[in-house]
Design a protein around this ligand. Structure first.
Ligand code: GLC
Length: 740
């Protein structure tokens, strides 16, 4: 008891930073900076990867010497309470000023317990779920010595060739913005002084997802209007949600590499959005301004980056090697360096690291939190809600799904059916493969009396078909076949763009060979991106898109296949019929010659329809929902008025189910052409069989704003159409007019 009182008193006397105001922290930061040498200041602008993990093209063996000398004040890819405590001890006890290290890591969809990849979880359209995933990931990572995650990745992408589409929230800026904010709130919690929180880092600023041809790191070239209408909103939403840090993108935008862009880093981020956190580069992104052809050499690159306010150099060593000389040459002002150092130290104070540098490195807490039941249960819940049912039609009067639990013989075939690592997906951090439960394992547990076989059949790459024989043999013995096919975890994510989007390796051949047996087949696709699965759509009666769902992927998929969970996911990314259609997304423009089957001279392909294989917002349920009685309170929206919109939704099927009701608008005439649809709101409701509900929305002029021809962000008077439905195509519509 006495000891507790002593600790409390000392905290009160010392004044913990978490009880101090911004002003008191700023004073402490200024005082510390006044005692730092230029070299020590530059050390705080330096971030190196530990030798533990490699997430980019370079490694440095001397990072510990840099820490010891104070020339490196931040590390990433180092984790566990014990390992980070040891590193922190070096910084705190062996450097002149004892400034604590900041530890960062890519906790993208879980730290040890892995949740669905972001593209999958976005298909839940469940902001509470998404925020909870970020909260739990932070709780688990913070218990393991981490202070900062390089997340959320909020890059909009409309090109599934781009491997990093797996890490984002799909094609829509409105939904992407809500998800970005949910993740920032989840990671940072209510107070950064809470040791279960992490600094968020919104990335990759900006427009990394707009890479030409979906080729990673490729050129990004777009109008300012497209940049602001489509790509910027999710970054802004993350900043507005309080994101502490921003990461620069590798790519150029309109000819200027993001990491050296005054327009992006100063004009937009600092001035328009009033961002006061710190900016970290992506991995050696400053150095890369040389191959971009924007900097003469690394010294010039360092000068360009620091002079647009880029605070921290990830792994490039250019600040460490060149800033001092640039200051002496008068090309960089020490005031600017002080400003950068101040932005970084402020967060070390906010995290409470100056009061207790080891408060995140508590091995006891780590043992309690990592892989707790809470984590595993959430991984299952998130997995279930991320699954999208793409097809489930009756054959001979019966639907294959949900699978009859009395089924005797089930054959699981395909390389994703029993692979613990692939189901974790890209960027699975320190996910423990041994904790992952596969589909094969989960089905055996769920159906102990069934005879369930597993045959790999083939790999996810290569041309070897020697496994087909065993697969066919297993299929012949089965009453139902579950094909578990798709991509392995390396086939999406960073530096993993694909020019073709079919099933990789010989999986399509395996699928067609099994299909020849004329037996019931359920296809479960696990992938990090939309695949061109038109053959499945044409030839199979049941298709489940299970992405890469993480540690509990197996039980989540089994719950859907067996009907323990009625699938509710809705696509957040359009599925193309083939690569030739890309980019294809729901909010395209109408063009001057919209497709007309009766007129040759209209916008189309000779060899494929304009429509996607599956549209944005699409996802089936084991029950059915009927939409009716679309009602608007008035047909005219005046100035600061609003229109109330009601829609009746009824569950006309036999099972309880969750439906995501989506509301889109179309601005029929604008001072610039406008998309044929834009998502503006949605509701999620659960309905029992036969139950119906009236769902209400409110539209105001704020919902109609866009960047007009002279780049003003406002709504323009005119005619609009409103669409409501369970996806972006099957909708009820009504017209209204806005008069400002
Ligand atoms: C990588 C990624 C970035 C990640 C960083 C650190 O190259 O582009 O998203 O946060 O390096 O691992």
């Amino acid at each position: 008891m006495k000891q507790t009182i002593g600790i409390l008193l000392s905290l009160l006397l010392v004044g913990t930073s978490w009880s101090q105001t911004e002003g008191e922290i700023n004073k402490k930061v200024a005082s510390l900076i006044s005692r730092m040498t230029l070299e020590e200041k530059i050390g705080q602008l330096t971030l190196y990867t530990s030798g533990w993990d490699q997430t980019g093209p370079t490694l440095r063996s001397e990072y510990m010497e840099d820490v010891r000398s104070g020339r490196c004040g931040n590390l990433f890819n180092a984790h566990t309470a014990e390992y980070n405590r040891g590193l922190q001890k070096v910084a705190v006890e062996e450097t002149r000023l004892g400034i604590p290290l900041l530890f960062g890591y890519d906790v993208i969809h879980g730290y040890k317990t892995i949740f669905p990849i972001p593209l999958a979880e976005a298909c839940s359209w469940d902001m509470n779920l998404i925020e909870k995933s970020a909260r739990l990931a932070a709780k688990e990572a913070a218990a393991a010595g981490l202070h900062w995650t390089f997340n959320p990745m909020v890059d909009i992408s409309r090109d599934p060739r781009w491997g990093r589409i797996a890490e984002g929230a799909g094609e829509d800026p409105y939904l992407g913005g809500l998800i970005a904010a949910a993740k920032v709130k989840g990671h940072q919690g209510e107070e950064l002084s809470d040791p279960s929180t992490l600094l968020a880092c919104v990335k990759h600023f900006a427009a990394y997802g707009g890479a030409q041809a979906g080729r990673d790191y490729h050129t990004v070239d777009m109008s300012d209007r497209v940049l602001r209408e489509t790509y910027l909103p999710p970054y802004k939403a993350a900043i507005d949600a309080g994101a502490a840090t921003v990461m620069t993108a590798f790519n150029e935008v309109d000819g200027v590499p993001a990491t050296g862009s005054k327009y992006l880093m100063e004009d937009i981020l600092r001035k328009e959005w009033d961002f006061d956190g710190f900016i970290v580069t992506d991995y050696t992104a400053i150095n890369e301004m040389v191959p971009h052809g924007y900097a003469l050499d690394n010294q010039h690159a360092a000068e360009l980056a620091i002079n647009v306010g880029v605070d921290m150099d990830m792994q490039g060593a250019v600040y460490q090697n060149h800033l001092e000389k640039l200051v002496l040459e008068g090309k960089v002002s020490e005031d600017d360096i002080n400003a950068s150092v101040s932005r970084i130290l402020k967060y070390k104070y906010k995290l409470g690291l100056f009061d207790d540098p080891y408060r995140y490195s508590d091995a006891e807490r780590e043992k309690e939190v990592v892989f707790s039941k809470e984590m595993m249960d959430h991984s299952l819940e998130a997995g279930r809600k991320s699954i999208v049912l793409l097809k489930n039609i009756s054959v001979n009067g019966k639907k294959l799904l949900p699978i009859d639990p009395t089924t005797k013989n089930i054959a699981i075939i395909g390389p994703l059916g029993n692979n613990k690592e692939d189901q974790l997906g890209t960027w699975h951090a320190s996910g423990d493969v041994n904790k992952a439960i596969t589909l094969f394992e989960a089905l055996k547990t769920a159906l102990p009396n069934a005879n369930i076989s597993y045959t790999e059949g083939c790999k996810t790459s290569g041309a070897d078909q020697s496994g087909f024989k065993d697969a066919l043999e297993a299929a012949r013995k089965a009453d139902i076949i579950i094909m578990a096919i798709g991509e392995d975890y390396r086939q999406s994510g960073e530096a993993a763009s694909r020019s073709e989007l079919g099933l990789p390796g010989k999986q399509q051949a395996l699928l067609e060979a099994i299909h020849q047996l004329n037996k019931p087949i359920v296809s479960v696709v696990m992938a990090g991106r939309p695949l061109t699965i038109g053959w499945m759509e044409d030839n199979l009666s049941a298709i489940v898109y299970a992405w890469h769902l993480g540690t509990m992927a197996g039980p989540a998929i089994a719950d859907v296949l067996l009907g323990a969970y009625n699938p509710s996911g809705k696509l957040v990314i359009t599925f193309p019929r083939n690569v030739g259609q890309i980019p294809i997304y729901y909010s395209m423009k109408n063009t001057g010659r919209p497709f007309d089957a009766n007129n040759k001279y209209t916008s189309k392909y000779l060899d494929v329809e304009n429509t996607p294989l599956y549209p944005f917002g699409y996802g089936l349920s084991y029950t059915d929902f009927e939409y009716s009685n679309l009602r608007m309170s008035n047909k005219t929206l005046n100035g600061d008025g609003s229109i109330n919109v009601n829609i009746q939704v009824k569950n006309t099927g036999a099972l309880k189910g969750v439906e995501t009701i989506q509301l889109y608008t179309q601005d029929l005439v604008g001072s610039v052409t406008r998309p044929v649809k834009e998502l503006k709101d949605f509701r999620q409701i659960e309905l029992s069989p036969g139950e119906s509900k009236v769902v209400s929305f409110t539209i105001t002029s704020d919902d109609l704003r866009f960047h007009t021809q002279n780049m003003e962000y406002k709504a323009e008077p005119g005619k609009f159409t409103l669409y409501i439905g369970g996806n972006s195509v099957d909708v009820l519509s009504a017209d209204f007019e806005y008069k400002n």
